[in-house]
Design a protein around this ligand. Structure first.
Ligand SMILES: [Zn+2]
Ligand SMILES: [Zn+2]
Length: 176
């Protein structure tokens, strides 16, 4: 899996959005500011309530795609997400390297975010298979992940969850 491309990075943005903690009322702004490198300079990150809701809907849809358990289910959910996207390929070298963006540079934050994550997620699913998306096996985690390992063997969202589970399994063996 070529992991250095914009599309692969965009799927990481999608996964971050699916796993975001929505308890804080200001979570959308916090998320947008934490991922500022994705938005055209000057893009407003303070959104209206309906815009915040739209970002929440995108987050839920990405999560649902990752949780789907069959190809038809993935396609239905992915197409619902793509329905919200407004792709407009745009060549840029803002970071010093020529590459394509999926969204218009003058689009608002919601359109830039939704389009980027919908396209990034779709690229990975159609190129590498929907089985590349999964939910963390660590007890009580529930985060989703994209598996970019060569042999598609990933089971945890992070190294933290992986080592936490290894330790728990070891302790369980010690007790028995
Ligand atoms: Zn870029
Ligand atoms: Zn986890």
């Amino acid at each position: 899996m070529d992991y250095d491309t914009y599309g692969s990075n965009a799927v990481e943005l999608a996964i971050d959005l699916a796993n975001v903690d929505r308890a804080d009322p200001a979570w959308v702004r916090t998320f947008l500011d934490a991922h500022h490198e994705w938005w055209t300079e000057g893009t407003a990150t303070e959104l209206t309530d309906p815009e915040d809701e739209a970002v929440g809907q995108t987050s839920s849809l990405v999560r649902e795609v990752a949780l789907a358990e069959s190809q038809p289910e993935v396609m239905t959910r992915l197409n619902a997400l793509l329905d919200l996207a407004s792709p407009k390929p745009y060549a840029t070298d803002h970071d010093g390297e020529l590459h394509l963006h999926y969204a218009r540079p003058d689009a608002g934050a919601v359109e830039q975010l939704t389009t980027t994550v919908a396209m990034g997620l779709s690229q990975v699913v159609v190129q590498h298979g929907w089985q590349r998306l999964g939910v963390c096996s660590a007890e009580g985690c529930g985060n989703v992940y994209v598996d970019t390992s060569r042999n598609a063997s990933r089971r945890y969202c992070s190294n933290t969850c992986s080592s936490r589970s290894t330790v728990a399994a070891y302790r369980a063996r010690q007790r028995s």
